[in-house]
Design a protein around this ligand. Sequence first.
Ligand code: FAD
Length: 372
Amino acid sequence: MSNWSFWEKSRYLDGIQDLIVGGGLVGMSTAYHLKLLFPQRRVVVIDRDPFSAGASTKNAGFACFGSPSELLSDLKHSSEGEVLALVERRFKGLNYLREILGDDQIGYVPCGGTELFREEDGFLEKNCVEKLDYLNSLLETSIGKEVYQLSNDHLFFSGKKKFVASIKNKLEGSIDTGRMVKAFKEKCMSIGVEFFNGINITSVNKNGSSVLVDDTEILAERIFICVNAFAKNLIPDLEVRPARNQVVVTNKLLRPIPLGTYHLDEGYIYFRSIDDRILIGGFRNTAMEEESTQVFGLTDLIQNKISSFITNYITDEEIKIYYRWSGILGLGDVKKPIVTKINDRLFIGVRMGGMGVAIGSLVGKELSELAR
Ligand SMILES: Cc1cc2nc3c(=O)[nH]c(=O)nc-3n(C[C@H](O)[C@H](O)[C@H](O)COP(=O)(O)OP(=O)(O)OC[C@H]3O[C@@H](n4cnc5c(N)ncnc54)[C@H](O)[C@@H]3O)c2cc1C
């Protein structure tokens, strides 16, 4: 039983009209767009964590929309039309995020995105290079001319082993994740959205009239579930599974790597520059079972893989790890978010996959429009 006072209950929790559960990018965007659509309604975002803890505050800040190897892998089980629609949505979503918040506010850098290949990625590299023209013509009408180009970016790195090739996408970039989340929250608050952090919703009434915090009920006229990877805890029949990603930031380098977002192995390994440091994460594919969890945490296996990759491939400088954390992705069998209206009072926007920075703001807008 919660210990909320009469004052807390009556002044904060009573009279909520639109209640958003989950204060990540999708929750904030949903709240923002609901408030724009219905300025008179009381819109409240509840999150269980002080900052919001899932993916939006934990991610790597790649403003990306798909690497050649990832698109070719997607094309094995989805049609050209489906893959193109996904890429277009990410591209539009990134532009929309930049438009709402402004490049300065989110620390956007148009540094491009580079897919790197190691010797052991031989087949992948051959396939990507051979299919570059095909991918470029597929994306030409909706994204732009020659999205992917062969590049020399791989020559910069000075680890013990060498990257052998790289493909650059000049239309990608990076953001400062922390600044983006802060800016979005401030934008929401500036139009009257309220945020209550530190409240863990334990269940949702399926007709959308209330949520429970243990056995204390919070009533709302409409409820929007935006908890991404944690969706099954509240709505068990949703097809969403969690996937943990571990991330590391190194000490400052004497010779920083060039500004850029770098990824390989179909996006399972990624790194970038931030404040003269290296931010690197991923390797989930080397421990799929262990990393299919919604529990935050670090493992020796993946931390060691990250450290060896830095010295093997990225730099010959001596590296110290400055900071480590993990975040949780929400995945499904298909790379498509769930954006749906269950009934007039219950709405769901979850399963953002690995490129939620790109689609999150757009998904929130779409979810709010379902409530029109
Ligand atoms: C390590 C990592 C790196 C990534 N890198 C990138 C990248 O570079 N580029 C990119 O485009 N995407 C990236 N992503 C994916 C992207 O961050 C996500 O897809 C996106 O942030 C999802 O936003 P969301 O709002 O749906 O979910 P989240 O940000 O996970 O928000 C869900 C919120 O719900 C809250 N919550 C959960 N359960 C409850 C409950 N019961 N009660 C109350 N609150 C609850 C959580 O605290 C959380 O704040 C990365 C993800 C991770 C984990």
